[in-house]
Design a protein. Structure first.
Length: 165
């Protein structure tokens, strides 16, 4: 992967969401958005080194996991909590840079085909929804049974591994 240009890196930092919890270092997105040109340049050098060497600082590989009680009385039972993982903000920005470059590659080279494109930039969810509508219409029109399986992704990470904590 070619090293990023400083403009792209700067735009990623500017687009980071505000009022988010910080990682172990205590560096917030707001801090990153207000760094000076010299600090931005040195951070850019660090990011390019990570990309060139395919490696990142050990501290960025660490995370804090906190159990947050669900909106019911939890009585110190960890199964009634939801974990929140705090990662380094610079690491999250690096992942965003990698994701942007990967998405650009997918779009430029038409990697994803068929119904595997709804999450790409400038793509629509219309076609998958239209397909589902046609399947429903066919089942109803021909009086056929229909089984549709879906997963609520908001529940996918709603479990705490007590052993890991």
């Amino acid at each position: 992967m070619k090293p990023s240009i400083i403009t792209e890196w700067s735009n990623i930092l500017k687009s980071l969401p505000l009022n988010k919890a910080t990682g172990p270092s205590g560096i917030s997105n707001e801090m990153l958005q207000h760094i000076g040109l010299r600090t931005l340049h040195y951070l850019w050098i660090l990011i390019n080194a990570c990309l060139t060497l395919n490696n990142m600082p050990q501290q960025w590989r660490e995370a804090y996991v906190y159990p947050i009680p669900k909106p019911k009385e939890w009585k110190f039972n960890l199964s009634k909590t939801r974990p929140i993982t705090l990662l380094e903000t610079v690491r999250k920005a690096l992942v965003k840079l990698l994701t942007n470059q990967l998405m650009k590659t997918f779009v430029d080279h038409n990697v994803l085909k068929g119904m595997n494109f709804a999450e790409l930039p400038h793509q629509s969810t219309f076609e998958p929804l239209q397909l589902l509508d046609n399947v429903l219409f066919d089942a109803k029109d021909n009086d056929k049974p229909l089984f549709i399986y879906s997963q609520d992704m908001s529940k996918a990470y709603d479990r705490v591994n007590l052993f890991m904590l």
